[in-house]
Design a protein around this ligand. Sequence first.
Ligand code: PEP
Ligand code: MN
Length: 335
Amino acid sequence: MIIIFKENAPEKEINLLEKEIRALGLDIHKSKGQDTLLWGLVGDTSKINMDWLAARQIVESVKRVQEPYKKANRKFHPQDTVVDVAGKKIGGGHFQVIAGPCSIENTQQINSVALSVAQSGAGLLRGGAFKPRTSPYAFQGLHDEGLKLLLEAKKVCGLPVVTELMTPEHVDLFQDVDMIQIGTRNMQNFELLKEVGKLKTPILLKRGMANTLDELLMSAEYIMAGGNENVILCERGIRTFEPSTRNTLDLSAIPMLKKKTHLPVIVDPSHACGIRWMVEPMALAAIAAGADGLMIEVHNDPEKALCDGPQSLTPEMFNTLMDKVRRATAFFREL
Ligand code: PEP
Ligand code: MN
């Protein structure tokens, strides 16, 4: 349920209403625009009589929110949310590129990629230490050692770091990570979502490969309901009947999500198409569709990569891409 207050509604009466609403066991999500104050009521609002609220002098209007996601809903929070990841802002007109290898392999590899993507203008460094692999025989990541190398690379390149958490048991190892990634396979791992909901660390939530946008928003709601409202959504391609690309990049997810939610939306064209040469056109298309950022896999020697080499850009290709990204974001901002 949403309450929109009249302009200049006296604070004393607003505070009084807050007490009454809280006494009903409901939580209030407050949003202040330029001259409007809006409250989103979270909890079982069925016991609230809308007429009781609408009759108040201070209330302009009252609406029920049909969607099951509340805190993530744009109706609760009309302005874009800007998530600050260790000084790098994403959303509300702030665009960032997250780049780095699929997985951290050794010191030389991660440092070399970190330095080159930083030089090309990436805003954040990515790298997996715990890898969700389809085959139990494939490289699973360097685990704790990988996290250590990533944090050392952070010092070398100066960029905040993003890496994937797969289980609540590992959460303590991620204390110095700037943004925690929840991967496509864990989008509906509700215990994991509840665990990261207790943190303050920004969360990059990737869309499940077979999940709807409303399911993605419900997963974001799990994190936000726990108290962590620093959530960034990521479209990374979904399963379709088309076998010539690894997944199908759902570009329509970007404008649709932006209509439904105030959270930033970024795009990962690397996992979406799975083909190196296709990353650039898909990245530019994502910018045209309104994405707030990109996540791009880059490897110093893609042919020898232990994971996702075929979709990883060389540092040179990434440099060229960044040049086009800068021009495209400037162009579409003007449009
Ligand atoms: C990744 O970003 O390394 C990854 C495994 O992505 P996804 O969860 O989208 O497959
Ligand atoms: Mn990968």
